[in-house]
Each structure stands twice: as structure tokens, then as C-alpha cells.
Design a protein around this ligand. Structure first.
Ligand code: ARG
Length: 560
């Protein structure tokens, strides 16, 4: 039941269409005032009357029905109370019928969304700086799918650039196949860091690196063999982490995939007169738009990050015909995206408006910002493993008889890491702290998972809900119903704002109202009718929390 729509239709004001009227209806901050309210000052201009008069007139003409049980005019607001019993009947039967689909929708049917996320750099450690893009992007994929969209998850691998030349030099000088097979990504990081240390003393190493990079580009067999080995090792390593985080991709087309797709772009830019030569480099001048120029070709003719992104956007449009293409990338790259989106627009692609940079805040360490070169990084794998270990310890302390401790610890540990990264508005900067991720107190994932386990244990002990009729609802019961009823809207709003944290906050809120209900209303009571209603509430909370966590990539556990 869409109450806003229902009310707007019933009000039926000639000069205001229903969608507009619907958009004016609010949920008042204080439920005492009502469940919905129409601030009538929004209609003053059109209706040429005072808000107070409008509210009174509208109230006089409003007929209550099975959904709306009260309508009052107060200080220029028209307040509505919903019929709580019909809301409860409707919401509970919807959740219990739709189960794992509760909250889903078909609004995205026939639409395609490309989501570029995680987009790691080959041969670099997967550190906590990559956590946000990975979990925000993955959650957005799941959210859009839940809403009926066709989703293409893309890992735009950073697999192009002189750093690969550096690695080849470093490999030849200080490593071996055996050492790389043994030490994997750690070995690659070690020699990469060493290269930078050595190159400070001996700059000719940089020239050598450039030469090897050129060899990769020119298709030299030995160099490409090494490059592919580095790529393979990186992907195998990160794949372990992706599995833990329930993350997957439909495409791994990275930067080097566009090597042969940039020439036509550069050609078109030239034809359209968009290229200027500046100090030998080819640029698109964006001064008119208040931005520095977008670099397309260096003076030696080599392409740049932006060149590859423009080619990638063209390729994605042609291949997937997306309605939107999202880039989940830290806000540090704001300018890059603004620039290349503008270039695509100047090339005459009207769909440039469908390219969206979903920016998020930075992660830094208490000891400063992270840098692979200096070795100041916290590896994601270490964080996840430590959290799982801690979860294991906590479980052993609190509930030593639990059946599948390993599985539970894994779900709780990884859940804590994902939830922690999705808890706040995505644009906020975070200073990473082990203590915080490892804390199971307060507004955390273990709290939500624990609530699901509690629902589960109630259903196991007291039984599955059967027939009930609702004649009254305690305040705590109604709070659960009302929170349950909002889930669908929350999911849609998370998709519109590209903000998975709305679902995280919602899961905490629903857990909160459920736990209050659990404390204050005895579920295993003598009154069969009340018992079954409470079991239906419990089961609905379990379903909805599970759906919410799954959208974030978090598993629930049976017991905890
Ligand atoms: N690999 C890049 C980095 O780590 C992010 C790539 C984002 N995606 C893109 N299409 N530019 O900074």
C-alpha cells in the first residue's frame, strides 16, 4: 500500500496532479501528529489561499476509509493517521508471502545499469583503501538487481602503465619465478617498493622501466609473459577476498582492453576540432567550463587514463546500451570524471548525462595516508582475517555450544567489515581503526545478525505463526509494523541516492524496534491469537533483516 499515493488520489485537487501532490506529502518527525502530513503552504500559491484555510477546506472534503482512520487540520497542515490494523494486516501478509522478494520491485525492468567498481590496480596490494569502492559497488549491484534492473558489474582493472615496466625490471633484478609463486602479491609489492628505493639512487632504472613498458605494448613475448603472470597472481589473490565479501563481476575488461579502441576516439576528437596541441601534447581545452584541460595524448603519443576512460564509455554504451553507467571511485578523482564526462558530451553523445561518478570519502590510517610505495598500507585480507578470528573468540565465550563455529565466525567477521564500511554516508572520510572494526558493541553488524538469530530462536522454540486476527496493536507492535512497511521505499531511495548506508541504517532501526518489542511483549503468551500475531511479526522481521543484509552482501546466521 502506497499511502502517499492513496492520500493524494483521494484529495483530488483539480489544479495539482497526483504525483506532485504525492511528493508534497511528508512523514512528520513526531508520530503524535500523524503518520503522514500535507504542508498546505506548498499549495498556497496555486490555490490562492492561506495554508490554514486550505487545510480546513481539504479536511472538510476528506472521507475516511479502511486505510485512513483520522484526518485533522492543524496550523496549515493536514495530518493523517493510518488505520494501524489494516496496515498491519497488509504488511505482514505481504512480507510473509513475498519472503526473499519482500522489498523488491520491477521499476528497473528493461533498464541496464553498468557499475564500474573495485577496479583494482594489478600487482598492487589490495588494501583497505579499496574496501569502500568494492562494498559500495557490490551493494549497488545487488540493490539495482533487486529493483529489476539488468546490472553489469565491471572491474576496470588498472593493468596499463609504466609501473609494469618497473615491475619487470625489479623482477629481473631482485626476484624469480619461484619467489613470485611463493610470495605472490606480497613479493610483487616487495620488489615494487624496492624499485622505488633504488630508483631514487639510480634514475636510469626509470628509463629501463619505460623501455620494458614499451615492449609490453609492442607485444614482446617475454615482457607480456611476465605481465600476464603479474596479472594472474593479482587476480587469484583478490579473488579470495571477493569470495569472502560475496562480490562478483560480469566483466574484467581493464584499461589495457582499450589499447586498440582509443585510436578511433582520438581520430573523432581531431575531426570534430576538439583537440589542441599544447607543449606537444594533445589536449581538449575545457577552460570555458572552468576546468583544466583533459589530456588525451602525451607528447610521445602515448595515451592517458582519461583516453582509456573515454574509449571505455563508448564501448560500454555500444555493448550494453546502458541507461546509466556508474563509477564508484573516491572523490579525489572528481575532476577526472567531470573532465572526461564533458569531453564525451562535447563529442556529441547525448548519453554523457547518464555517466555518474558515485564518489565516496577517503580512508586513511591513524599514521597518515596510505601509499604502496612507502609500504604504509593495511591489507584488506589481514583486516578480514583478524575480524574473523575475533568473531570466533567472542562466539566461543558467549555461545560455546554453537553448531558451525567456523561458518558463523566467517559470516560475523566479514559482515562486520562490510557493514562498518557501509555504515555512514559514503562521502564521509574515514580514519581506519582496528578497534572500531573489531568492536561488536553498539551500531554494528553483529547486533543485526544477533537480532536475526534471536528471531530464529523464537521461531524454533515457540513455533511458526498460524492464523490470527488483529483487533488491537501495542505501541511496540505497531512500531515494528510501521518500520517493516518502509523497507521497499528505503531500497528505492538507496538506489536513487546511490547510498547503501540507508539500508545499513534501516537494518539497525528495524533491529532496535524489534528488540524493544521483544523485551516488552511476551511472545510465548497464553493468548493464541496474540502469540500468532507476535510470531508473524518475528518472522517478518527475520525475513526483512535477511533481505536487507543480503543486499549489502552480508550473510545471516541461524544462531549466534
Ligand atoms: N584503478 C583506478 C584507481 O585505483 C580506479 C579506476 C576507476 N574506474 C575508472 N573507469 N576510471 O585509481
Amino acid at each position: 500500500m502506497n499511502y502517499k499515493n492513496h492520500i493524494a488520489k483521494k484529495l483530488n485537487i483539480d489544479s495539482v496532479d497526483t504525483p506532485t501532490l504525492e511528493s508534497y506529502i511528508e512523514i512528520p518527525p513526531n508520530l503524535e501528529m500523524g503518520d503522514y502530513a500535507l504542508p498546505c503552504f506548498k499549495l498556497s500559491k496555486i490555490l490562492r489561499s492561506s495554508p490554514i484555510k486550505i487545510a480546513e477546506d481539504l479536511k472538510a472534503g476528506f472521507v475516511l476509509d479502511e486505510y485512513i482512520s483520522e484526518c485533522s487540520a492543524v496550523n496549515g497542515y493536514l495530518n493523517f493517521k493510518v488505520n494501524r490494523i489494516s496496515l498491519a494486516n497488509e504488511v505482514l501478509s505481504k512480507v510473509l508471502n513475498e519472503k526473499e522478494n519482500y522489498g523488491s520491485s520491477t521499476i528497473g525492468k528493461g533498464k541496464t545499469i553498468c557499475i564500474d567498481y573495485s577496479s583494482i590496480n594489478i600487482a598492487k596490494p589490495f588494501h583497505i583503501g579499496h574496501l569502500s569502492t568494492t562494498v559500495i559497488g557490490s551493494a549497488l549491484c545487488k540493490i539495482f538487481k533487486f529493483l529489476g534492473y539488468e546490472v553489469v558489474g565491471i572491474n576496470h582493472l588498472g593493468d596499463y602503465g609504466t609501473q609494469f615496466g618497473k615491475l619487470i625490471v625489479a623482477f629481473k633484478k631482485w626476484s624469480s619465478f619461484e619467489a613470485v609463486k611463493e610470495g605472490r602479491l606480497k613479493e610483487l609489492t616487495r620488489i615494487y617498493v624496492k624499485f622505488h628505493d633504488e630508483a631514487k639512487l639510480n634514475p636510469s632504472l626509470d628509463d629501463e622501466a619505460r623501455r620494458y613498458f614499451k615492449l609490453i605494448e609492442d607485444g614482446d613475448e617475454e615482457s607480456n609473459k611476465l605481465f600476464n603472470l603479474f596479472k594472474e597472481i593479482t587476480l587469484e589473490e583478490v579473488d579470495k577476498i571477493y569470495k569472502l565479501l560475496n562480490v562478483s563481476f560480469d566483466s574484467y575488461a581493464g584499461e589495457s582492453f582499450y589499447n586498440d579502441k582509443m585510436a578511433p576516439v582520438v581520430e573523432e576528437l581531431k575531426e570534430k576540432g576538439l583537440i589542441k596541441i599544447s607543449d606537444g601534447a594533445s589536449i581538449v581545452d575545457l577552460e570555458e567550463y572552468g576546468m583544466p584541460p583533459c589530456l588525451i595524448l602525451k607528447s610521445d603519443g602515448s595515451t592517458l587514463y582519461a583516453t582509456r576512460d573515454i574509449a571505455a564509455a563508448m564501448y560500454r554504451k555500444k555493448t550494453y546500451d546502458f541507461d546509466k553507467c556508474l563509477y564508484v571511485v573516491a572523490y579525489q578523482q572528481n575532476l577526472h570524471f567531470k573532465q572526461f564526462f564533458k569531453v564525451v558530451e562535447l563529442m556529441g553523445r547525448e548519453w554523457a548525462k547518464d555517466l555518474v561518478h558515485v564518489a565516496y570519502g577517503m580512508v586513511s590510517l591513524e599514521s597518515g595516508s596510505m601509499s604502496t610505495r612507502s609500504g604504509n598500507v593495511v591489507l584488506l585480507e589481514d583486516v578480514i582475517n583478524k575480524t574473523i578470528e575475533k568473531a570466533y573468540k567472542v562466539i566461543e565465550e558467549k555461545n560455546p555450544n554453537i553448531k558451525d563455529k567456523d561458518h558463523t565466525a566467517k559470516a560475523v567477521g566479514t559482515g562486520a567489515v562490510i557493514f562498518g564500511a557501509l555504515c555512514n554516508n559514503k562521502i564521509k572520510d574515514i580514519v581506519f581503526s582496528y578497534d572500531r572494526v573489531l568492536s561488536f558493541e553498539g551500531e554494528t553488524c553483529p547486533y543485526v545478525q544477533y537480532t536475526v538469530a534471536r528471531c530464529n530462536s523464537v521461531l524454533n522454540k515457540v513455533g511458526e505463526p498460524s492464523q490470527y486476527t488483529i483487533s488491537e496493536l501495542a505501541e511496540e507492535e505497531y512500531d515494528v509494523v510501521s518500520t517493516l512497511s518502509k523497507f521497499g521505499e528505503i531500497v528505492q531511495s538507496a538506489s536513487k541516492n546511490y547510498e547503501p548506508s540507508l539500508i545499513t541504517r534501516y537494518a539497525l532501526e528495524l533491529s532496535g524496534v524489534f528488540n524493544k518489542f521483544y523485551m516488552n511483549c511476551k511472545i510465548a503468551c497464553d493468548d493464541d491469537n496474540a502469540k500468532n500475531l507476535r510470531l508473524a511479526l518475528t518472522k517478518s522481521v527475520k525475513i526483512t533483516l535477511t533481505n536487507a543484509l543480503n543486499l549489502l552482501g552480508i550473510e545471516t546466521v541461524e544462531e549466534m
